[in-house]
Ligand binder design. Structure first.
Ligand code: G4P
Length: 531
């Protein structure tokens, strides 16, 4: 047992993934409420108040027109130290959202019971599935009528390709939503109405073998329906198997309503129990076990110019092993230097706290004088290993960039390259051409505005963006293939990235299929390989 095993083992670091409006913010706020991290009573209602308390920082950045960030929330609950990585949605969606997932050990997927699997959930799920991390499903908004719960499970299985195992089952929905049936304990929990924004009220528990007790509690009709559904469920759903959950092959499913607090604390308890302690990570020297190694971390995000007065950058690091001690020096492996991390902070929503120490599982933000890149490793001075890098995620929006004043060529090239190196945008060149034709790709369209703003403000170069119709990009896995010989559709474009990797741009997914059909030996990938 390592010196920090106890601290590390009580950490749970996860991201909440969902499509906008499924209830991620509401659920996060309820978690914070249970942890006592915020005094929520009355403040949950209304987007204008509590909602923005947790994302103020993002708002500020948005107003200033610069890159929007995901924040990290840390709180204590029942002896656990919980780190929630916030993944911004809506128009804030960017490559950073995906990168944030690289720092998580598991994910909570929130699904609106009436909407099912939506596009953004699908995209975020794919990244989690690529990493094989455990994914827990919370089906939300049961306080609204839901037609067919079984169909919803089928949809998750067929759309996402993951087996589902309901841990509990809702008793009714909409106004008739009374509580949940706990499959392991074989009893029901009936919720009592609570005031919004307060903790869950008293819960009454009755075993399902006690039919009279059930009828008394939830009524005859609900009892009959529930007993039928339990039978169906036992016949149809996958067996619970924690090792499959940990391998990302089976998702435990929970039902509830974040708004009314129903089922939220049950979910949190089960989730904390089932999810993993900080995971080991692979480095070039092998696997790094969190409580057996000295301090190590990797940079998963770089936030430029967070402070208007100082053009500083913050590098966000996920601690992978050991203990971070602010008084000690660390090695920045890629930079080949030993240094003391400057102003280590824990970034909690709109509040920042200077840190003295942190443990594997935690996220810290450090002042970056421009030395860190995404994917860099930081470790104890006596060590010298590198963590596997962070893949590049496929942009979905593309534009051709032109500088307005052609005399400013140098600044243009410098600016666009630096911003790309920070990871805010990806740049591509036409196959067989130089920097004359620059194509920029982004995951979320807001990044185009960020690029324009930063080029003007930081590099004094005015640019013009001309939208391109491409929506899909694929990296060519078998790089030895002769790019000239690839026969694609007429709307396909051959480009290469900053590192010279060959890629193909497509207008629609049909063209991808067609191109694969026409070039049998071509292997395409949705993720660019990490360095
Ligand atoms: P997001 O972060 O995933 O985008 O979702 P968010 O929590 O902001 O919730 C989106 C909307 O859904 C909000 O309503 C919120 O109140 C509502 N909501 C969240 N959980 C539940 C639930 O369990 N049941 C029901 N019925 N609604 C839920 P809004 O009208 O957009 O905002 P507000 O003015 O109510 O805050």
């Amino acid at each position: 047992m390592g010196a920090y095993t106890k601290e590390i083992n009580r950490r749970r670091t996860f991201a909440i993934i969902s499509h906008p409006d499924a209830g991620k913010t509401t659920l996060t706020e309820k978690f914070l409420l249970y942890g006592g991290a915020i005094n929520l009573a009355g403040s949950v209602k209304g987007k204008a108040t509590a909602r923005h308390a947790v994302s103020d920082w993002m708002e500020i950045e948005k107003e200033r027109g610069i890159s929007v960030t995901s924040s990290v929330l840390q709180f204590e609950y029942d002896g656990f130290c919980i780190n929630i990585l916030d993944t911004p949605g809506h128009q804030d969606f960017s490559e950073d959202t995906y990168r944030t997932l690289m720092a998580a050990d598991s994910a909570v997927m929130v699904i609106d019971a009436n909407k099912g699997v939506e596009p953004q959930t699908r995209k975020l799920f794919k990244v989690c599935a690529m990493r094989g991390i455990p994914i827990f499903t919370f089906i939300n908004k049961l306080d609204r009528d839901v037609d067919d719960m079984f169909a919803l499970l089928d949809e998750i299985e067929s759309e996402l390709g993951i087996a589902t195992c309901p841990i509990n089952w809702p008793i009714g929905s909409g106004k008739a939503f009374q509580g949940v049936y706990d499959r392991e304990k074989e009893c029901i929990y009936k919720f009592t109405d609570t005031e919004k924004g307060t903790k869950e009220g008293a819960v009454t528990e009755v075993s399902v073998s006690d039919r009279d007790g059930l009828v008394n509690l939830i009524g005859e009709n609900a009892t009959d329906i529930l007993l039928d559904e339990i039978e169906l469920l036992d016949g149809a759903s996958a067996e619970f198997d924690l090792s499959r959950v940990h391998a990302g092959k089976l998702t435990p499913v929970f039902f509830g309503s974040a708004l009314t607090n129903f089922g939220v604390e049950e979910f949190l308890k089960h989730f904390l129990d089932m999810t993993t302690t900080p995971l080991s990570r692979v480095a070039d020297c092998g696997e790094i076990i969190p409580d057996e190694h000295d301090f190590s971390a990797f940079v998963f995000k770089i936030q430029a110019n967070m402070n208007k007065n100082h053009r500083d950058r913050i590098a966000f690091m996920r601690i992978c092993s050991g203990k971070f001690d602010a008084t000690k020096e660390v090695r920045h492996v890629q930079g080949g230097k030993t240094l003391r991390l400057s102003q280590p902070q824990q970034i909690m929503a709109n509040e920042r706290k200077i840190l003295e120490e942190a443990y594997a599982g935690d996220i810290i933000g450090v002042f970056d004088p421009g030395i860190f890149s995404i994917g860099d490793t930081v470790c104890a001075p006596k060590e010298n290993f590198r963590y596997a890098g962070i893949p590049t995620f496929a942009p979905e929006h593309f534009a051709r960039v032109r500088q307005v004043d052609t005399m400013k060529r140098k600044q243009f090239v410098k600016g666009i390259n630096q911003i790309a190196q920070e990871g805010a945008i990806q740049i591509f060149q036409e196959f067989n051409s130089g920097m004359e034709e620059v194509i920029v790709g982004v995951v979320g369209v807001l990044q185009f505005d960020v690029l324009k703003y930063r080029m003007e403000n930081e590099y004094n170069v005015e640019i013009r963006l001309e939208n391109l119709p491409y929506e899909h990009i694929r990296w060519i896995e078998n790089k030895e293939i002769d790019l000239n010989k690839i026969v694609g559709t007429s709307d396909m474009k051959k480009v290469c990235d900053l590192k010279g990797n060959p890629l193909l741009l497509f207008v629609n997914s049909w063209s991808i299929g067609m191109t694969l059909d026409r070039n049998k030996d071509l292997v395409l990938s949705e993720f660019g390989t990490a360095e």
